[in-house]
Ligand binder design. Structure first.
Ligand SMILES: Nc1ncnc2c1ncn2[C@@H]1O[C@H](COP(=O)(O)OP(=O)(O)OP(=O)(O)O)[C@@H](O)[C@H]1O
Ligand SMILES: [Mg+2]
Length: 305
C-alpha cells in the first residue's frame, strides 16, 4: 500500500545551511496493516508523511501508493489524511468542513450527507455539528480532523499524531476506532509520541531518529523475546540475609522485609536453591520484558554514544 524507495529530503534553511531531515528511507506497508511511526521531536516523521502524500517533493528517491507513483494524483483517491496540529477554516462548522472535504473527493451531496451523519456520530460531534470550528476545544478539532480524513471511506489512512491533544478517554476511543477500521481491512499508518498507543494497537512499528530508520518490525517479537533477566520477589528477608544477597553481587531492591532481585536466566536456579535453603518465602518470579520505552530510549541514545 505504501512503498518508499531510498527516500531522502534535505531542507535548505539558508544558503549554507542544510537540514538532512530524511536519509534514505525504505519502507513497505502491506494491505491491512496498522503501522506506528515513532521518533523524537524533529526526527523526520511529518516530513515522511508529507512526502508520502506528495505535499512536499523528495530530494531523491520515490514513493508509491497502491503501486502508483505519488506524483500521479490517482494514487491518493482512496487515501485519508490527518495533518499534524490541524488548522481548518475556523468559520466553517463541522458539517461544512465535511461537505468541503467530500467535494474534494468528488462525492455527491447525498453521499456526503449520509457519511457526515455517520462520522459526526462516531466522533461524538453530532451536537456540535452546526458550531463554527473556532469555538471547538483542541480535542474537538482533532476529532473533526479525523472525521474529514474518513469522509471518502479511504482504504489507506495516514495520520500525523492522531491522538495529540486528546484526553485518555478520547485516546482510547481513537484507538478503538482505528482497530475497527483495521478489522474492516483498512491500512493505517500513523505517527505518534505515545508509545503505549503504538504498543497496544500496532502490528508493526518503525522508530526514526535523526532522519534514519533505526528499527522496523513486529513489536511483540522484539518486546517479548528480548528478556534475559528475571525479577524474583522474596519476602521475610532479614538484615543478615540481605547482606548475604548483596555479597553475591545480585542487583537487589529492598522495601521492608520484601526484596526484588534482578537475576540473569542462567543464575536463576542457583538463586532459587538459596531461597529454599534459607527458608525464605518466594512471592513471584517474572521475566523482565523489554518495554517499548526502553527500546525507544536505547535507539535514541545510540546517536550519543
Ligand atoms: N520547511 C522546513 N524547512 C526547514 N527545515 C524543516 C522544515 N520542515 C521540517 N524541517 C526540519 O526537518 C527535521 C524533521 O522535521 P519533522 O517535522 O519531519 O519532524 P517530526 O519527527 O515530525 O517532529 P515532531 O515530533 O516534533 O512533529 C527537523 O529538524 C525540522 O526542523
Ligand atoms: Mg511532526
Amino acid at each position: 500500500m505504501i512503498q518508499t524507495i531510498d527516500l531522502c529530503k534535505t531542507y535548505v534553511k539558508r544558503v549554507q545551511e542544510k537540514v538532512y531531515a530524511l536519509k534514505s528511507l525504505n519502507l513497505e506497508i502491506e494491505k491491512g496493516e496498522m503501522f506506528g511511526f515513532l521518533g523524537p521531536n524533529g526526527a523526520g516523521k511529518s516530513t515522511t508523511i508529507k512526502l508520502i502524500l506528495d505535499i512536499i517533493r523528495p530530494t531523491s528517491g520515490k514513493v508509491n501508493l497502491f503501486n502508483i507513483d505519488v506524483a500521479n494524483p490517482e494514487s491518493r483517491k482512496k487515501v485519508g489524511y490527518l495533518p499534524e496540529n490541524p488548522s481548518f477554516y475556523d468559520y466553517l462548522t463541522a458539517e461544512e468542513l465535511l461537505w468541503f472535504a467530500g467535494s474534494v473527493y468528488n462525492m455527491d451531496n447525498a453521499g456526503i450527507k449520509k457519511r457526515t451523519g455517520e462520522l459526526l456520530e462516531l466522533l461524538d460531534l453530532t451536537e456540535a455539528r452546526a458550531t463554527p470550528i473556532r469555538k471547538y476545544s483542541k480535542g474537538m478539532v482533532q476529532r473533526v480532523g479525523l472525521a474529514q480524513s474518513l469522509i471518502n471511506d479511504p482504504d489507506l489512512l495516514i495520520l500525523d499524531e492522531p491522538t495529540s491533544g486528546l484526553d485518555p478517554v478520547g485516546r482510547r476511543k481513537v484507538a478503538d476506532l482505528l482497530l475497527d477500521l483495521k478489522k474492516k481491512g483498512k491500512t493505517i499508518f500513523f505517527s505518534s509520541h505515545i508509545l503505549h498507543d503504538v504498543e497496544t494497537i500496532c502490528d508493526r512499528a518503525g522508530i526514526i531518529v535523526e532522519g534514519e530508520l533505526r528499527f522496523s518490525g513486529k513489536l511483540s517479537t522484539v518486546l517479548h523475546q528480548s528478556f534475559q533477566d528475571f525479577e524474583v520477589v522474596v519476602q521475610n528477608i532479614s538484615e543478615e540475609i540481605f547482606k548475604e544477597i548483596l555479597d553475591k553481587d545480585i542487583n537487589c531492591h529492598r522495601e521492608g522485609d520484601t526484596a526484588r532481585l534482578t537475576i540473569a536466566e542462567n543464575d536463576l536456579w542457583q538463586l532459587i536453591e538459596f531461597i529454599k535453603s534459607k527458608n525464605l518465602s518466594l512471592f513471584a518470579i517474572e521475566p523482565k520484558r523489554k518495554t517499548l520505552e526502553g527500546l525507544f530510549l536505547e535507539l535514541i541514545n545510540k546517536r550519543m554514544s
